[in-house]
Write a protein that binds this ligand. Sequence first.
Ligand code: ADP
Ligand code: MG
Length: 428
Amino acid sequence: MYFTTIVPLLPYAVSCGMKFADYGLDPDIIRQLDKLKFKRPTDIQYKCIPHILRGEDILAVAQTGTGKTAAFAIPIIQLIHDKKKKERRADGIKCIVLVPTHELAEQITGVFNEIGKHTQVRTLGIFGGVDQDPQIADLQNRNDIIVATPGRLFDLISQGHLRINRVEILILDEADYMLDLGFIDDIHDLRKKLPKRRQTLFFSATINDYIKKLAYKIIHQKAIRIQVSPKNPVARNVEHSVAFIDMDDKRFFLERFIREHPDDKILVFVRTKVRAERVLKAMKRVEISAVNIHGDKEQADRTHAMKLFKSGINKLLIATDVSARGIDIPQVEYVINYDLPDRPENYVHRVGRTGRGRHKGQAVSFCAPQEMDMLKEIQQYIGAPIAVSDVSKTDYETTVLLSQDDEKDWKKLMEMGEDILSKRKKKK
Ligand code: ADP
Ligand code: MG
């Protein structure tokens, strides 16, 4: 163990009665938590903080929006704050947090700097898509913690701008994602470069057996596994349902939904970058203002779109799965899965962009006949059926008919119109 901290043992404490002050945290941290209105630790914070303070490795799984960031940020800031007080030469990077996207790196850097505001602990975000020179300049500023996306981190290490020989803590947020896909080789390379003795922490809302095994291989000491209400990984605060809609009609339903919820912030997920552009255009045609974000957009445009959506200047964001992980946007009332995701766990992450902290949220998925298999897979994954929101035939046809989109299939619409009229006559 590299850091030692005296942690008061509270064997009988229960999460609801526990206060941040009970962990023996520095008053400068407590004061700031008060200011942030963090009155009590959430369950995952309650369970993680003592272990992390003791220098233990953990694999922590808890639903979206339950405060996982602070669950590692608070104890890490405490450990480094302590170390800096005790050791005169406590310079160098002591902790690396790896995350999948630029946006998440910025967000988590913000959380660390906010919680550690009154301490000497400094956190820097390092991510691609922007000029690296300012980041290199910032690296001269005696940072303690780096929050990074893998690509840019490796560039700066290999160019000799970033020394990692003093890193004692490695954190993987969205750990299942970071250990999967393209990142795993990078992570192995990084491990080889890091000091052997270190603390490793994994956090995510979703995990599977394969990733669990991989994670345990990376951890060298006995890891503590912490799991909060894992059975159904969808956050408790999210009410979610599915509506059956043909692929070509989805835009009309989105249009209607937006008109019926003019004051709400809505995050729409689509399957591909091309569709993110198409749906944006379809909304523009019916004079609904929206912004979009996807992997092919310039970083400056991505940042701008996110800013407009976060501030609420623009209440509609159309996104691909790049925004499904970790992003904490205040007051997103609705998530719409315009397309079902490619991977079932992404369903959990997407709908988890609403219903965060104490807020409630709603999610609706538009499921076309060709997406039925994925719907089944998702239900299997979350271990429960998704409620169906019934759309009657008349309702369906009216939605298409009332759309202001000029590119409608008029022949089909005339038929629908006649159908509705004849039904009305029959009713009379
Ligand atoms: P997760 O990583 O679990 O998805 P986040 O760490 O992004 O969740 O936190 C979700 C929201 O909850 C954030 O807006 C955060 O500020 C808030 N939050 C975290 N911990 C607390 C707490 N103890 N008290 C009140 N709000 C909290
Ligand atoms: Mg998170």
